[in-house]
Design a protein around this ligand. Structure first.
Ligand code: SF4
Length: 158
């Protein structure tokens, strides 16, 4: 018997499926699920905006953004956008391009933190880490705090 067989015997199939599946779209009454005639002249134009293909971008994007701001599912939609890395739809008040920029920034921060952790483990002083990584010392201190390496563990600055 494989280890996962035991788990399958203990857990409800739905629970296991739910845990294994990527995070789904938010459940509930989304603002974008019904036509807002005050913001969009036609349901089709609204749909196109949320499909990420606005027929009139200068109108569709701000109006879709405004709808998202009032949506009760905004937070869960934001998490879904982040976790799913959806590359098409307008989600949680942001276009795909806007989300891509954020993903890049998040990736850069994660990469810098990995370097900070490695250098810190080698007892490289904070100021030197900042110089090596060409960023402010305060960013490095912040990274170290996020990495759980509080002030008392910081090596002295150069
Ligand atoms: S936050 Fe915006 S895209 Fe997400 S469900 Fe609500 S209205 Fe739709």
């Amino acid at each position: 018997m494989e280890p996962h067989d035991e788990i399958e015997n203990v857990l409800q199939p739905d629970a296991l499926l739910w845990a294994m599946e990527p995070l789904g779209p938010p459940l509930g009454e989304a603002a974008c699920s019904s036509w807002d005639s005050r913001r969009f002249p036609t349901p089709q134009e609204q749909q196109a905006a949320f499909d990420g293909e606005p027929t009139v971008p200068e109108r569709g994007i701000p109006q879709a953004r405004a709808m998202c701001r009032t949506c009760p599912l905004l937070e869960s939609c934001r998490r879904y956008a982040q976790d799913s890395r959806d590359e098409h739809a307008f989600l949680a008040g942001a276009t795909v391009d806007e989300r891509r920029k954020k993903w890049r920034k998040t990736g850069e921060i994660a990469k810098r933190r990995r370097r900070v952790a490695e250098l810190h483990a080698l007892h490289v002083p904070t100021a030197t880490i900042a110089q090596l990584l060409q960023c402010g010392e305060s960013s490095i201190r912040s990274d170290l705090r996020k990495l759980g390496k509080g002030r008392s563990h910081l090596p002295p600055t150069a």
